[in-house]
Design a protein around this ligand. Structure first.
Ligand code: MRU
Length: 330
């Protein structure tokens, strides 16, 4: 399978190159990032996006800070303020903190982070593939572009297809940013997996017809009880799946669990510019001056989940006990 990675690090020049995800799938443009400040801006602007990919990028952002003589504390703060919801960003920066002032150490840690993402996602894909079959529906983008590895939910889908378990994928376009239409469709096409694009509001119709055997999504931050924040629209999909008795899975590395939250209440939800709802590639959709609201994530209660797919296996209810166990918490 062809795997498109969202970034590469040119160690000799000390430049982190990002594949500009705002331009995909129409253009493949690589953007050089030379400082932590530039990295924070690239994450904010969604040149790179997806929870694990943001984490790895922030890790290398700290390497760039050391290479370019930026103050590590300021660099850390700039990166922390880039996007609020995916906990992977904060995990990565917490890990990099131990290497402030040490270029060698920070470089080793950033590479280690990236390698861990790859290893955990290989495991997630294999565990996830076991529970998928037939026609699967997914939301947003959770493949290599969102992670720098094999992908979480999409990794499991591609693996299940390779094993002959999944025949076809319904791809939610994922309004308003269209990660599904632009990025998941691009990745599934490259992976050679049969798939069809739908608008988000078609999922219920398909489920009612019995044309969805499972739903699988990624996670930006999961609380200890299994409630989780993911791309806006996930909650509605979970309610629909529950109503129609369709199995609903979340796939994530355990690094996406934030034990500081016992429930999903209070997980910071990013609000993005209303223009992303009001316009499509610069073309206005609504009457001039009309307001729009754009929460970029929502929170899905654990009770709608059939299982949580992690690198340690598929967890089943009671989720809090299973998550504590997997995380080694007492
Ligand atoms: O706003 P984005 O594109 O960064 O949101 C991405 C998602 O919501 C993904 O589902 C999530 O990060 C999981 S990625 C493996």
């Amino acid at each position: 399978m062809e795997r498109v990675l969202p970034f590469r690090f040119e160690e000799k020049e000390g430049v982190f190159w990002l594949l500009d995800q705002r331009k995909l799938p129409l253009e493949e443009v690589w953007v050089p990032v030379r400082t932590a400040r530039e990295m924070a801006e690239a994450i904010r602007a969604m040149v790179v996006r997806g929870a694990p990919a943001i984490g790895v990028s922030a890790g290398f952002g700290m390497v760039l800070a050391h290479l370019r003589g930026e103050n590590p504390e300021e660099a850390d703060q700039l990166l922390r303020r880039s996007r609020p919801t995916a906990v992977n960003l904060f995990h990565a920066l917490d890990r990099m903190r131990a290497h402030w002032g040490d270029l060698e150490g920070s470089l080793e840690e950033a590479w280690a982070l990236w390698r861990e993402v790859e290893a955990t996602e290989k495991a997630i894909s294999l565990h996830g593939a076991k529970v998928l079959r037939g026609q699967v529906l997914t939301h947003c983008n959770t493949g290599p572009l969102a992670t720098g590895g094999y992908g979480t939910a999409l990794g499991a889908i591609v693996e299940a297809h390779r094993q002959g378990r999944v025949a076809h994928v319904w791809v939610d376009e994922t309004r308003p940013y269209l990660q599904g239409a632009r990025l998941t469709a691009y990745e599934l096409k490259k992976a050679g997996v049969p798939a069809t694009l739908i608008t988000d509001n078609m999922a219920g119709f398909l489920m009612a017809q019995g044309r969805v055997d499972a739903v699988i999504v990624g996670v930006d931050r999961m609380a200890l009880n299994g409630d989780f924040a993911n791309k806006i629209g996930t909650y509605a999909l979970a309610v629909l799946a529950h109503h129609h008795g369709v199995p609903f899975y979340a796939a994530l590395p355990l690094a996406s669990v934030d034990p500081k939250f016992s429930t999903g209440e209070g997980i910071p939800i990013e609000e993005r510019p209303p223009e992303e709802v009001l316009e499509l590639r610069g073309v206005r959709l609504a009457p001039p001056g009309f307001p729009a609201y754009h929460p970029a994530f929502d929170v899905t209660p654990y009770r709608f989940l059939t299982g949580i797919i992690t690198e340690k296996g598929v967890l089943y209810p009671p989720f809090e006990e299973a998550l504590r166990d997997a995380l080694g918490l007492t």
